[in-house]
Design a protein around this ligand. Sequence first.
Ligand code: COA
Length: 276
Amino acid sequence: MSPFRPDLFAGRVALLTGGGTGITRGIAEALAAHGCETVLVSRKADHVQKAAREIEDTFHQKCHPIEADVRHPDALEAAAAHVVKTCGRFDILVNGAAGNFLCASADLSPNGFGTVIDIDAKGTFNACRAAYHAWMGANGGSILNISATLHYGGTPAQVHVAAAKAAVDALTRTLAVEWGPRGIRSNAIAPGPIGDTEGARRLFPGEAGERLASLVPTRRLGKIADIAMLALFVLSDAGSNLNGAIIPSDGGLALAGSFSHTLDAVVAAMPKSAQP
Ligand code: COA
């Protein structure tokens, strides 16, 4: 159940990369549920067409599918121009397209490293640039990048993703300063482990997920809905003074770090009166 009013984004238009599945699909649905016209960009045509149909049927808001790979700047420029032509405006850009797999650094090929940099970091830049030239540079807008928390420390087997998300953070902050005077807000959400995504099912299935949840200070994994509601806040007027913010939504996991492994033992060793 959303705490926001149903017409929060009435009359607005949002383009979401990677909008066909997972976290970005959840954000697209939340925007549509609050009156926003949405455009989903994915490199998989059947995927994105099905998602757009389902969003239109469920939320009775226009949802347009566009087949494009964020690694191709020309394709994103065409997508951005199409949004302005078809929808008449382009208020919101959500950069959710991402690649991820586990691979030990020594085994990762240069092309494997570069592929994730190309999708996450360069893809985010390509979409921001396209949005700027098509609409936002002259009219303002709001950009939301999907980052991560895994690069705050060191996460084994994720060197490619950590490097890519660090670049996304740098881009978020830089555009906030450079494009802020144009009325463009640039922010990011940094999800921790989100249990109900395809990525989670691949990266930490079953018991691994339960063990991970036990390390989170809130003792649960995140949900797509957690990220979607936070996105609504950041993108709405409620977040109008947020610019360059990178907001973790991870139940405090990144703060707990390795200490969380021993947290329960530490708490149990405390005097009873001091135990939480
Ligand atoms: N382990 C190690 N290397 C991998 C890999 C894995 N699991 N998956 C891809 N790579 C490497 C490939 O070997 C290749 O490098 P090489 O040419 O040196 O062999 C390089 O990455 C590109 O792979 P390719 O499959 O050709 O690229 P792609 O553009 O088709 O897809 C991904 C790249 C990352 C999107 C793809 O691996 C994928 O579909 N991942 C799952 C979907 C996903 O990540 N969703 C987002 C959830 S957060």
